[in-house]
Design a protein around this ligand. Structure first.
Ligand code: RIB
Ligand code: CA
Length: 300
């Protein structure tokens, strides 16, 4: 079985870092083609640099990282989610990036990668959807070159940025509405089944000896624990048997200021799918098993 060729569109962010470290720990299942960074948890200069720091810490400096959109399509820049810290990977201890940033913009890189790939590519979108929307607005024909779009975002129940909206969607609700209106096979991983993915600190400490990635994760969660929001997207790609999904349609509120960014999800039919359940305990166990690859090789 060939590994799935995947591009992470991300806004690192500690849970983004975890999602990418986990993907890179499973090269037999996922081949990470590139990272594209977007304005989200922190400014795009930081999300881009953080993405470089992540691939270098994972021993994969050859994976290209491209800087993407610096602001949402229409809305003003929102205050950053303080949970991630001012730099996005505060307390990680990850060294500054070694390789310089590539000059090509993420949209150009996505166009080139989708055009040039022998088979359609999978995209894991774990930040605001600005890059993906602008890509598909510029080149709607490339929707057919996306094998599957996994999105961490939205919620059926309450949001995490006020009562209605989830962070990724609220930062750029117009981008989200645009993407969900496109003809792209998409699966939504929402707050409803990720907000409680909060394993105990001992679980993170059990990975602290797993090289720079394990050390960084333990340090970041020791400083400020958050749910494994984005990690669930990687888990769904790696171990779909642990997740339940249903067909759905998604509408994004882009007019009512109070409900701005709310996702109205109708289950049962529609072009998308939504995660409706997961086996968290098995998920946690498999993560530790996968992340052990970063531990120093035994000396014997
Ligand atoms: O609401 C959770 C999402 O917002 C995650 O992607 C997290 O990284 C932040 O971007
Ligand atoms: Ca994110």
């Amino acid at each position: 079985m060939q590994p799935v060729q995947v591009i992470f569109d991300c806004d690192p962010g500690k849970d983004d870092a975890f999602a990418i470290f986990l993907a890179l720990a499973c090269p037999q299942a996922l081949s990470v083609v590139a990272l594209t960074a977007v304005e989200g948890n922190v400014p795009v200069a930081y999300t881009t640099s953080n993405a470089r720091r992540i691939v270098e810490a994972a021993g994969r400096p050859e994976i290209p990282v491209y800087r993407g959109c610096a602001r949402p399509m229409l809305r003003p820049l929102l205050r950053k989610e303080q949970v991630q810290g001012a730099g996005g990977l505060d307390a990680s201890g990850l060294p500054p990036q070694a390789d310089p940033e590539r000059p090509k913009h993420a949209i150009s890189a996505l166009i080139g990668l989708l055009e040039g790939a022998a088979e359609p590519l999978t995209i894991a979108a774990i930040g605001p959807l600005t890059n993906i929307a602008m890509l598909l607005i510029a080149r709607p024909d490339l929707a057919g070159r996306i094998a599957h779009l996994y999105v961490m975002g939205g919620s059926e129940g309450p949001g995490n940025m006020g009562p209605y909206a989830e962070y990724n969607i609220l930062i750029d609700p117009h981008a989200a509405a645009s993407v969900f209106a496109m003809d792209v096979p998409a699966t939504l991983v929402t707050l409803d089944h990720t907000r409680d993915l909060r394993p105990p600190m001992a679980w993170f400490e059990s990975m602290a000896g797993f090289g720079a990635p394990g050390r960084a994760l333990a340090a970041m969660w020791r400083a400020q624990p958050i749910a494994l929001y984005d990690v669930a997207v990687t888990g769904l790609m790696l171990w779909p048997e642990l997740f339940e999904t249903q067909p759905c349609s998604v509408a994004v509120e882009t007019c009512d200021t109070e409900r701005m960014g709310q996702t109205r999800i109708a289950r049962g039919e529609g072009p998308c799918r939504i995660v409706t359940g997961l086996d968290a305990e098995t998920f946690y166990r498999r993560i530790v098993e996968a992340m052990a690859c970063y531990a120093a090789p035994s000396s014997n």
